[in-house]
Ligand binder design. Structure first.
Ligand code: AMP
Ligand code: MG
Length: 493
């Protein structure tokens, strides 16, 4: 094994000078543990996100160089990097765990791009930390590639998310049910502060830390917030908008624990997530979600539950008197449901090609979803083909569709938009390509079993332009064959 806890040498030449400014590391020591990534045996770059590198002000050629790859593997530190593992707590499947933290990730630092945007650069799968508990601190190649594909697909869909800058194989095995090739993902995020970060300090009665954290979050993510109550309501608003966006593309996060809820309102922690094919609100893919707590249709409610937990953590900042603080937290929490409802309805209107609001729109939308549910119709294709005028073909019993379609056509007749404009606006919000589970699996197994990254690269290219139909990629739009529909995902550990 490589020498475990020694600090890798910092590169001193200009190639490794990155625009770091590490604000989280200036918070008190109890917010994190300082440690470097643990070196791996034989780092090999398997995927680099060149456009993202450029956006961050990093040179893709430098990243792809042997020295860059060592940095992306955790074998070497870029100049200016001050690696830390973040402390946080969280409710996992409803049960509070007072200490979780980065058990297999290290924040290399924050880079500020040319436009002043600050982003975290984190290695995931970078070795054990003081927060690892019984885990090995590592990640297997499959989950790393999966997070890469799905997070980048979410970004292309226009949904707030962490990004993936690079995937490196380690040359070491990780031991799960079987020995699997190890990998390290370089994750980019607005920050890695979670609801669970607030819970960590609240659970310890550390009000000073709570206030410092809230001030840090305001400065970094919510500069317009007028105070802690307003901060809370702004986090709630982003979370409500985010969960609505998930529902509108059929995304199932799979593990909406409070430690996996970004305070900045980004989708984070791609473990057992997956996209729904046939519309069914009860859809669950995660093998560990036995009771369907995080089913597709439960996500709005769980989003609210998570915001309630954030309110509890923030209460000491609202008022000294507990009853008063609770009253304020509850008042703010009431904003979640209506905000979510409006965001979802606005999105459904757009998906249905309705640019105006009319009574009955909500029933029209719900009846379409019910129709899809009753007939096991593919969610993504149904909306896309509605825009094309060919949705009827998706139904074995077209008459059921016709009854609804008559109502829809009557409704769209009162729209100011012409047919062509409607079609274009529908296509701009109804993707033709999503990361279909069978495609993701095929790309991953080719990469892992055969070292063939062709399918991965092609799938990534398809998903980078999810709204633009390209005839050569027609097969990627298709739902899985019948024998591949019973899909299971496993937590990325
Ligand atoms: P997750 O379910 O991936 O959100 O992870 C929950 C917690 O378990 C976090 O504190 C992770 O850092 C930690 N964890 C997950 N996998 C590992 C691992 N292989 N080694 C150490 N810690 C891990
Ligand atoms: Mg997590």
């Amino acid at each position: 094994m490589p020498d475990e806890m020694s600090l890798p040498r910092a590169a001193s030449d200009s190639a490794a000078r990155w625009p770091f400014d590490n604000s989280y590391g200036r918070l008190p020591e109890r917010f994190y543990a300082r440690l470097a990534p643990t070196a791996v045996s034989a780092p090999k770059l398997v995927k680099l996100n060149r456009p993202l590198a450029l956006q961050l002000g990093l040179d893709p050629e430098v990243l792809a160089s042997p020295e860059g790859v060592e940095i992306l593997a955790g074998n070497r530190l870029a100049e200016g990097s001050e690696p830390i593992a973040l402390a946080y707590a969280g409710h996992q499947f409803g049960n509070f765990v007072p200490q979780l933290g980065d058990g297999r990730a290290v924040l290399l630092g924050e880079v500020v791009d040319a436009t002043g945007i600050r982003r975290d650069l984190q290695l995931k799968g970078s070795g054990p930390t003081p927060f690892s508990r019984r885990g090995d601190g590592r990640a297997a190649l499959g989950p790393v590639l999966r997070e890469y594909l799905v997070s980048e697909a979410m970004h292309a869909l226009g949904i707030p998310t962490t990004r993936s800058l690079a995937a490196v194989t380690t040359g070491d095995y990780v031991y799960r049910e079987a020995a699997l090739p190890g990998a390290v993902l370089t994750r980019v995020a607005s920050s890695h502060i979670r609801v669970g970060t607030f819970q960590f300090f609240a659970a310890r009665g550390d009000i000073e830390a709570l206030r410092l954290l809230a001030d840090h979050v305001i400065a970094r993510h919510y500069p317009d917030a007028s105070g802690y109550r307003d901060l809370y309501e702004k986090v709630i608003a982003r979370q409500a908008a985010l969960v609505a966006r998930w529902l509108l593309v059929g995304f199932i996060h799979g593990v909406m624990n409070t430690d996996n809820v970004s305070i900045a309102g980004e989708t984070i922690d791609y473990g057992p997530c997956a996209f729904m094919d046939a519309y069914n609100p009860e859809t669950v893919f995660s093998s560990i979600d036995t009771y369907g707590r995080y089913a597709y249709g439960k996500q709005p409610q769980i989003g609210g539950w998570n915001m309630a937990r954030l309110g509890e953590a923030l209460m000491p900042l609202f008022a000294e008197d507990t009853d008063e603080a609770l009253k304020q937290a509850n008042e703010s929490l009431q904003t979640y449901q209506p905000l979510f409802g409006r965001a979802l309805m606005a999105g459904l209107r757009r998906k249905l090609g309705l640019s105006t609001e009319q009574d009955g729109d909500s029933e029209l939308a719900q009846d379409f979803l019910n129709l899809l549910h009753d007939h096991g119709t593919d969610f993504t294709l149904a909306f896309r083909r509605l825009g094309d005028g060919t949705a009827r073909n998706l139904f074995e019993d077209p008459a059921a569709f016709d009854a609804w379609a008559t109502r829809w056509r009557e409704r769209t007749a009162s729209e100011p938009q012409d047919e062509a404009t409607r079609r274009a606006t529908m296509h701009a919000v109804n993707p033709i390509y999503i990361p279909r589970n069978h495609r993701v699996e095929a790309a991953l197994s080719a990469a892992i079993e055969d070292g063939d990254y062709g399918p991965f690269e092609e799938l990534q290219a398809v998903l980078a332009q999810p709204y633009e139909e390209r005839p050569e990629f027609a097969a990627y739009a298709e739902p899985p064959p019948a024998d591949q529909r019973a899909y299971r995902t496993f937590c990325g550990t």
